[in-house]
Design a protein around this ligand. Structure first.
Ligand code: C2E
Ligand code: MG
Ligand code: MG
Length: 576
């Protein structure tokens, strides 16, 4: 028998429970509606039992009785496979929780990025009963990630690919057996553009340059900005040297065109280094570095210029860089010393002076010729300190020789134009002479002729001051390279040293011989003495005598010898 009172109570209880349940559902729905994410609930047949409208109203799906297929229909074609793979995996592999990201078309026909997280429930036999999950719109995060990725691979100013992307691109190309040429483009003296026109205009000029290069890259080219003023133009399909050269010339011509930025006319000059791949390298870093080597060589020429990579050139440049580096510490490591080569009086056959010739012995490089290291020292300014050392050492040793053996013996020291350009050079020379105690009239400075000497008033004034102080100034290497009659007329020089090369020519060619005879006669008229350099044997000596030079220097008499050997030489020739 049913207890009516109890039955009534049970019904009431059930009604209350149902009400509570309904309220809970309503509450849950409210929470889901308020949520920014999409919530879904799907049975094992793919029928969606619940979609919260706040999220899914933005998509073309039925909110009351949608299916999985309806959703898949909106997924981006490229991501569909990924989506279905995930669902299949879920069913087969019975992974309780899955996570995936894909694009879905919204009602505005735009694709948004969705992150889907799902959790499935399985029965005792392992069959899926249902799956619930959430969809989160991660479009903004994806955009941000894309931006960061773009920034990691692109240059901020020009939006061109940067070195990272260039390297990736080349390496992938090489993997796919591509061949081509890498043009390493350096915009020379760009700092000057920034200084003169300001950074704003400078930036715009760089953007303009990048556009010019992009225009030149063609269909299969690739342009990259790899440092402030350096770009790379990659030509994927050109390998033939003539064709590359043709293209390079065209690019150089384009880049040389004036750039007009807000009425400011900018003219830039460029140089290009070219490396071909796979010949000049099989990994991106190597190819770029080799093109950079070629560019450094090209930059030494008159611009616009270009150079193809060449192993010999690279080794030369590497040696130059090693010399440049090691030279900076050569003095403090006591690697430098002086040898002397006697200069003989043509009439008496006696030693008149000794030319100080610098020697460098480095642990790694061995003995390096001054022909090789002096020009590098001139470039990196090490020549000033090195020059001071030579002058000081030569004056000190010269003084020893004067006091011990021959008071009239002179010491000749080579001086670079760079040294002459220094402020305070004259006072420095004077103080070295006075500190070492050598007789100033026994000091000769040998200066190699150059255009700078002829045109730089400051240098001419210094030479005059040194001459007035009592030092003899001699022009070295006359007749080799730069030779100017102007110098002979305007400089207060005491003598000329005729270069070995012109001496050799005058032996082989009568016309040169007669011309040199005239030069010597002119020098004597101007009260200058003349030295013939590089006399190696008796035959040369006899012929040279016909030039009527005052002094002779060369291996015939002696090679450059160490100071100890000079002492020995003086001991054995005390009468000289
Ligand atoms: P330079 O001043 O014209 O010196 C003459 C060069 O010719 C020396 O070479 C000498 O060894 C070489 N020589 C002398 N006689 C003969 C010969 O009969 N046959 C041949 N084949 N060569 C001969 P070195 O010592 O190698 O010096 C080369 C150049 O380096 C010098 O030419 C000079 O321009 C520069 N140099 C050497 N020492 C110094 C220095 O202390 N300061 C500066 N600024 N330059 C220096
Ligand atoms: Mg010399
Ligand atoms: Mg010389």
């Amino acid at each position: 028998m049913v207890n009516i009172t109890n039955g009534k109570n049970n019904v009431e209880y059930l009604v209350n429970e149902i009400e509570l349940y309904k309220k809970n559902i309503e509450r849950l729905e409210l929470i889901f509606e308020a949520a920014k994410e999409g919530m879904w609930d799907m049975d094992d047949d793919g029928n969606v039992r619940f979609f919260n409208s706040s999220f899914y109203k933005n998509f073309d799906v039925s909110l009351d009785k949608s299916t999985l297929n309806e959703w898949i229909h909106l997924v981006h074609p490229e991501d569909k496979h990924l989506f279905s793979e995930n669902v299949v995996m879920q069913k087969i592999k019975r992974i309780e929780v899955f996570k995936s990201q894909y694009r879905v078309k919204n009602k505005n026909n735009e694709y948004v990025w969705i992150e889907a997280i799902g959790k499935a429930q399985y029965d005792a036999d392992g069959n899926m009963i249902f799956m619930v999950g959430a969809h989160v719109d991660i479009t903004e995060r994806k955009e941000h990630e894309k931006k960061i990725l773009f920034m990691a691979y692109h240059d901020n100013l020009t939006s061109l690919p940067n070195r990272n992307l260039l390297e990736k691109y080349i390496n992938e190309g090489i993997k796919n057996c591509k061949s081509g040429a890498l043009l390493y483009i350096n915009v020379k003296d760009f700092k000057y553009v920034n200084d003169v026109f300001g950074y704003d205009i400078g930036d715009k000029a760089l953007i303009r340059i990048s556009k010019k290069l992009e225009k030149n890259s063609g269909n299969d080219g690739f342009v990259s900005r790899i440092s402030g003023n350096e770009f790379v133009l990659l030509l994927d399909s050109i390998f033939n040297r003539d064709k590359i050269e043709q293209k390079v010339k065209y690019v150089l011509e384009e880049l040389e065109q004036k750039i007009d930025i807000e009425g400011r006319i900018i003219k830039i000059s460029t140089c290009i280094g070219i490396a071909r791949f796979p010949n000049d390298g099989i990994v991106a870093k190597e190819i770029i570095q080799n093109a950079n080597f070629a560019m450094t060589i090209a930059s030494k020429k008159i611009t616009p210029s270009y150079e193809f990579f060449d192993l010999g050139l690279r080794n030369k440049l590497l040696r130059e860089r090693t010399i440049d580096n090691s030279l900076k510490t050569a003095l403090e490591n006591n690697e430098l010393f002086i040898c002397y080569q006697p200069i003989i009086c043509a009439k008496t056959g006696k030693v008149a002076s000794m030319e100080a010739l610098l020697r460098w012995n480095n642990v790694d490089l061995g003995v390096v010729s001054p022909f090789e290291f002096i020009p590098i020292a001139e470039k990196n300014n090490a020549i000033n300190k090195i020059g001071d050392f030579v002058l000081e050492e030569a004056c000190r040793q010269g003084n020893i020789l004067n006091e011990k053996y021959n008071a009239k013996l002179r010491v000749a020291v080579n001086v670079s134009v760079i040294q002459l350009m220094q402020n305070g050079f004259v006072s420095k020379v004077i103080s070295i002479i006075e500190n070492t105690g050598v007789d100033k009239n026994n000091v000769i400075l040998e200066i190699t002729e150059s255009c700078a000497i002829e045109t730089n008033i400051d240098i001419i004034e210094k030479i005059v001051k040194l001459r007035d102080y009592g030092i003899l100034i001699v022009v070295d290497d006359f007749g080799a390279g730069y030779s100017s009659i102007n110098n002979l007329i305007q400089l207060p020089i005491a003598g000329l040293k005729i270069d070995k090369s012109i001496i050799e020519k005058s032996l082989a060619n009568d016309n040169v011989f007669y011309m040199m005879q005239a030069v010597v006669a002119y020098a004597h008229n101007m009260k200058m003495t003349v030295v013939a350099e590089g006399v190696e044997d008796k035959l040369m000596l006899d012929r040279i005598r016909g030039l009527n030079v005052n002094y002779i220097q060369g291996f015939y008499y002696s090679k450059p010898i160490s100071f100890n050997e000079v002492i020995e030489y003086m001991e054995n020739n005390k009468s000289i």
